[in-house]
Design a protein around this ligand. Structure first.
Ligand code: ADP
Length: 170
């Protein structure tokens, strides 16, 4: 059975098999966690991303980690928050499900997720956190899923929201 927990850290420092990037559809880098991952991984990451021809919202693609301690990066594109009636919840859930399905096919044992869409993309944190926890719990028992699944929070406030969500059993 997989373990699921939340920590506060800079995701680029984590020595796990894989970290997840909250990318944009171009996969050519951006601000926030995307910028931090590209700058820590080095230019080879951008070179590999260029070969992928982008990624649709809710989907996920995998690259190497290059100079990161993590061996792989899974790039997923969260929805931009448009008020909640534009399919945002289903697209955000798909990011977590598709990232974990891709991790399973690569036999990834440990993986960390940032709080996808809750930065520049504007998704309200509490609602996004509930979706993150619920989507991961729905699939973590499936075959070949990573043994160790981590929610990597950048701020103490985010960590508190994740920890409260993890204590709920819904
Ligand atoms: P999005 O465009 O999907 O909203 P952002 O990168 O703007 O993505 O924000 C997503 C989350 O990633 C936010 O909670 C932000 O605080 C967090 N974040 C930013 N930099 C890092 C980092 N180095 N490690 C972990 N989380 C980070």
């Amino acid at each position: 059975m997989s373990t699921l927990r939340a920590i506060q850290a800079d995701i680029t420092t984590l020595a796990l098999d894989c970290i997840v990037n909250a990318a944009n559809e171009s996969l050519l880098g951006g601000g926030g966690v995307d910028g931090a991952i590209h700058s820590a991984a080095g230019p080879q990451l951008l070179a590999q991303c260029r070969t992928l021809r982008g990624c649709a919202t809710g989907e996920a693609k995998i690259t190497g980690g290059f100079r990161l301690p993590a061996r792989y990066v899974i790039h997923t594109v969260g929805p931009v928050w448009h008020g909640g009636n534009a399919g945002e919840a289903e697209l955000l859930a798909a990011c977590y499900r598709n990232s974990l399905a891709l991790a399973a096919t690569h036999h990834i044992q440990s993986i960390a997720f940032p709080a996808i869409s809750t930065g520049v993309y504007g998704y309200p944190l509490a609602a996004a956190t509930d979706i993150a926890v619920r989507s991961v719990r729905q699939v973590m028992g499936q075959p070949d899923m990573p043994q160790e699944i981590v929610f990597c929070c950048f701020s103490e406030r985010d960590l508190a929201v994740y920890q409260a969500a993890l204590l709920r059993q819904d």
